[in-house]
Design a protein around this ligand. Structure first.
Ligand code: BTN
Length: 238
């Protein structure tokens, strides 16, 4: 049977990610379990950075999967599904920023976070959290953020995004790796500045290798870097 989401809604939660991870650590929670809220009060992103969401104006959710082949391509597959969900609502171009953000020229529209829990060398589960700015009309300038309302036309019901995301997610979850790589390179912000081991590098990402490397073409040739060491500097520093 095809995998589907089983959704659990909460009017308010500190963090859908913390809630679902704690639940799955306590007991066997089935794959596809999804927790969402309209008001997340203590959301977090990569490296523990706070994820700000104004009540009723964002879509924040987390779900569990346990891919047999591990987590190497999971964040990219999910980012492609978020892209396909949001792009039809926008009147601005949308792009993926390595490794886990979705931006328009106006600002950051959505972010995602993959956290894996292992038992020895075996993946117990991956918990994927997604935050999408939907109805906000203003943000503090320091956040450099946008919303669907600022960059396009939002849906009247925020949960309709979840339904559309579900179809896109399971499409990309099962897609063959070469197809994922190709589409990812088409959607990715490839040219720009990168901070790698504290060195600022100008170049163009020419390949994403699913073993965890990015190839970046620079004035001195093409170099292969551990993908986890690559930070995109965006907007670029002059
Ligand atoms: C990032 O930009 O660093 C990723 C942000 C991920 C935020 C989402 S919102 C839903 C889920 N719950 C959380 O606490 N974080 C993720």
């Amino acid at each position: 049977m095809a995998l589907r989401f089983r959704r659990y809604f909460f009017e308010e939660l500190p963090s859908t990610q913390a809630y679902l991870k704690a639940w799955a650590e306590r007991e066997a929670v089935p794959q596809g379990t999804l927790v969402w809220t309209r008001h997340q009060t203590a959301g977090y992103g990569r490296k523990g950075t706070p994820w700000h969401a104004t009540p009723g104006e964002s879509l924040t959710f987390s779900f569990l999967v346990s891919p047999a082949e591990g987590t190497d391509t999971l964040t990219v597959r999910t980012a492609l599904a978020v892209y396909d969900t949001l792009a039809p609502h926008l009147h601005e171009p949308l792009f993926l920023k390595w490794p886990n953000d979705l931006w328009t020229p106006t600002g950051k529209l959505a972010g995602l976070l993959t956290e894996a829990v292992w038992q020895g060398s075996k993946l117990r589960f991956a918990c994927i959290g997604i935050g999408i700015n939907v109805y906000q009309r203003s943000f503090p300038p320091s956040l450099r953020a946008t919303s669907i309302a600022l960059s396009g036309t939002p849906p009247t019901q925020v949960e309709s995004l979840l339904e559309v995301f579900e179809a896109h997610f399971f499409y990309w979850y099962e897609a063959p790796v070469p197809k994922v790589q190709k589409r990812f390179m088409e959607r990715l912000l490839r040219k720009g500045q990168f901070l790698i081991h504290e060195n600022l590098i100008e170049g163009t990402i020419t390949a994403w290798e699913t073993e965890g490397f990015l190839r970046i073409e620079t004035a001195t040739g093409t170099h292969r870097y551990p993908a986890s060491a690559v930070q995109v500097v965006w907007p670029p520093s002059s």
